[in-house]
Design a protein around this ligand. Structure first.
Ligand code: NAD
Length: 319
């Protein structure tokens, strides 16, 4: 369990769009005292470390270096962002074979040099790779976390906040299940100012409560967000980096924050032996406890369907 106010060492494997933007977000937050960046492409890692280091005059003290696996020794958290990203038209699931192979080379090295770290998986398909990392590392389940639907939850909150004219920080909801096409908004536990969506809409605009079409539209926009961004600019990285920073903060500060990270399910809603997102307590132990949230039947059905899809792909992995 982490309780270290003095030295916080975070390593990032993968210095691409997501890895380097995550390093930037961490530097801006001041949470880390040491950041190590490892990439197959050493020049890229070195370039990113140099560029980031040249901003050190403007932020809280932090050592940044590009390194090899031996340099990640004593890391508190290792963030895994290495591997292929989606090209326009590709789904996250399309990346499965390539990125499982990448993880088969990375995870043993991480375990060798940082056996006490919490592993935070971001590479897609993130739920499947979180499961792969859990299996390959042999770490306790709490110490293997996927960024899961933390990003998708933020997207849904943003869309709802715009629709309802309410500060995004006052919109409480979760995307659950896969970080991908089968994810579902947990409408039954969505609240604004303590009111469920139907009550809120009745009070706010009065015309019959929250409309089914509106919910479907926001769901589709959330699921389609990454495709749209990748079509327009090639990759997504700012919001995910902020989401990863948020998870890191919850761990380092032992916050007991509720985040929709991905972790091993052990019978929640009848689902086990698969990593997926549900509201989860995140603290110094990692993904400490998945909460038993009061979803309605429709949300449970959506979640279970998502789990079945992911389980099918897990069963086809060539270890
Ligand atoms: P990128 O291509 O910019 O970077 C990937 C990096 O991984 C490259 O620098 C590459 O050299 C490195 N790499 C590849 N194989 C490696 C290995 N064996 N060892 C070490 N480094 C290796 O890609 P990106 O845009 O940064 O995306 C990275 C991953 O993050 C992708 O899988 C992407 O789909 C995923 N992603 C996840 C989320 C999320 O919410 N979970 C959001 C956005 C992107």
């Amino acid at each position: 369990m982490l309780h270290k106010a003095d030295v916080v060492k975070i390593s990032i494997i993968g210095a691409g769009f997501v890895g380097s933007t995550t390093a930037y977000a961490l530097i801006m937050s001041g949470i880390a005292s040491e950041i190590v960046i490892v990439d197959l492409n050493k020049e890229k890692a070195e370039g990113e470390a140099m560029d980031l280091s040249h901003g050190l005059a403007f932020v809280k003290p932090v050592q940044i270096k590009a390194g090899d696996y031996e340099d990640i020794i004593d890391s508190d958290i290792v963030i895994l962002t290495a591997g292929a990203n989606q090209k326009p038209g590709e789904t996250r699931i399309d990346l499965i074979n390539r990125n499982v192979q990448v993880f088969k080379s990375i995870v043993p090295e991480v375990v060798r040099y940082a056996p006490k770290a919490i592993l935070l998986v971001v590479t897609n398909p993130v739920d499947i790779l979180t499961y792969v990392t859990y299996k390959l590392s042999g770490f306790p389940k709490e110490r293997v976390i996927g960024s899961g639907t933390v990003l998708d939850t933020a997207r849904l909150r943003y869309l709802l906040s715009n629709r309802c004219g309410v500060d995004v920080r006052n919109v409480h909801t979760y995307m659950i299940g896969e970080h991908g096409d089968t994810e579902v908004p947990a409408w039954s536990i969505t609240t604004i100012a303590g009111a469920n969506l139907n009550q809120f809409c009745l009070h706010c605009c009065g015309d019959g409560g929250c409309k089914e079409e509106c919910q479907q539209e926001l769901h589709q926009k959330t699921v389609g967000a990454a495709y749209e961004i990748i079509e327009k600019k090639g990759a997504t990285y700012y919001a995910v980096a902020l989401g990863v920073k948020r998870i890191v903060e919850a761990i380092i500060r032992n916050e007991n924050s509720i985040l929709s990270v991905s972790s091993l399910l052990e019978g929640q809603f009848g689902v086990r032996d698969v990593c997926l997102s549900l509201p989860t307590i995140v603290n110094g132990q990692g993904a400490e406890r998945i909460l038993n949230v009061p979803l309605d039947d429709k949300d449970i059905q959506g979640f279970v369907k998502s789990a079945k899809t992911i389980k099918k792909f897990i069963d086809q992995i060539q270890w």
